[in-house]
Write a protein that binds this ligand. Sequence first.
Ligand code: PAF
Length: 281
Amino acid sequence: MARQARAESRIIGLVPTMGALHEGHASLIARAKRECSPLIASIFVNPKQFGPDEDFAKYPRTFESDSEKLRQAGVDTLFAPEAAEIYPKDFSTYVHVEGLSERLEGRSRPGHFRGVTTVVMKLLQIVQPHRAYFGRKDAQQARLITQMARDLNLDSEIVVCPIVREPDRLALSSRNVYLNPEQRKAATILYRALEAAKKELEAGGRDALHLQTSLRRKLDSEPLAAVDYAEVVDAETFEPVVRVSRACYVLLAVFIGKTRLIDNLYLEPKAPESDEFMFHL
Ligand code: PAF
């Protein structure tokens, strides 16, 4: 299919997912649908990106409703392989992006990114899309995949799309279903902390340590929240910055009960070398 579509100069789009589809996925599909034909979506709960103590077994699996949503959204082909197809018994090749994979999410979830880059590489090889779409909520994942595509000369453009939020501004995530009503309310602390950081930046605050201290204070004000990290990092390297003077992410990973949530604020200079920023929250 990919070979024929490429021969006919059509733009093949891929939206890789692990199912449990929500409005965040819907926005990726809608954008990909506008830009590509044919549009392929994949559903594969990738065992290799879950640590031994993580939620692989209980990860929400809603295949019937997911496939119906994809059909209604105009997806042309759904690719939903079995684990044995992706990882046959003798499977032994992995893709690892050095450095970037070890920081932040990588430090908290050893092996996670190796699983992500390996499966995404495989999906890109199988589907051969011109464009593949990822959400910016998983900012480090999106950055790693972009790096991998560049380093390995992949013939797929990696498109990173904005975060989609609930009406109370909680970032959409398949893991939000784990939250009980009290935790669900508490989870809005991530957005509120990022919004406070945005205000500090809008008022001219550029000191990363000060921003991090304010973030921590805000997050710690929520009794149900346990902070894993709250950092200001360079948007390319994901290394901590001292001063905000270029494209950066303010990144949060916070446990609400046993559920680990991530969220971020992306700062983009209004012009090269400018100290004024556009905020993507
Ligand atoms: O973001 C996700 O849902 C997954 O990490 C991905 C990119 C589909 C790879 O399994």
